[in-house]
Design a protein around this ligand. Sequence first.
Ligand SMILES: Nc1c(NC[C@H](O)[C@H](O)[C@H](O)CO)[nH]c(=O)[nH]c1=O
Ligand SMILES: CC(=O)[C@@H](O)COP(=O)(O)O
Length: 154
Amino acid sequence: MQEDPVRILIVEGRFYSDLSDELLNGAVQAIQAFGAEHDVISVPGALEIPAVIALADEGGHRPAGVRYDGYVALGVVIRGETHHFEIVSNESARGLMDLAIGKRLAIGNGILTVEDEDQAWARARISEGDKGGGAARAALEMVSIKRQLLGGAR
Ligand SMILES: Nc1c(NC[C@H](O)[C@H](O)[C@H](O)CO)[nH]c(=O)[nH]c1=O
Ligand SMILES: CC(=O)[C@@H](O)COP(=O)(O)O
């Protein structure tokens, strides 16, 4: 029996929009190479990403009334002068882990937490670290594992 196509929601923080564009391009390329479908929701920054994933899973339905199989979180957090770096980095990661474990969601975390823009570009560029593609591939792998363990339930 033909399995339903895998459906991924990408939630991207746009705090550094040029870097986010590169992460998004990498993630979309990986999702398309896999043959999956995707939608994109943009939020202001990394702190907003977990809540949107929770909302999407709760509402759970795209316009066509179909749930997402997995989620990709993309963003860039660059250290500034204050403790806010730790807050944004740690809490966005914690939020994603809580969702993955608590709601058993297939999530790939592509939120970069770096010291400066050079480090960010080295990890965002598809030709270098391709962390956006890596996060998408992780999400797709988790979807596959979830389907194996739960028998295709979404
Ligand atoms: N400094 C960075 C932020 N800060 C913004 C927060 O993510 C959030 O949007 C704000 O606190 C309002 O709730 N976000 C990033 O993604 N990257 C940063 O470097
Ligand atoms: C990661 C951040 O929130 C950072 O951009 C904020 O910069 P600052 O700590 O200088 O306010």
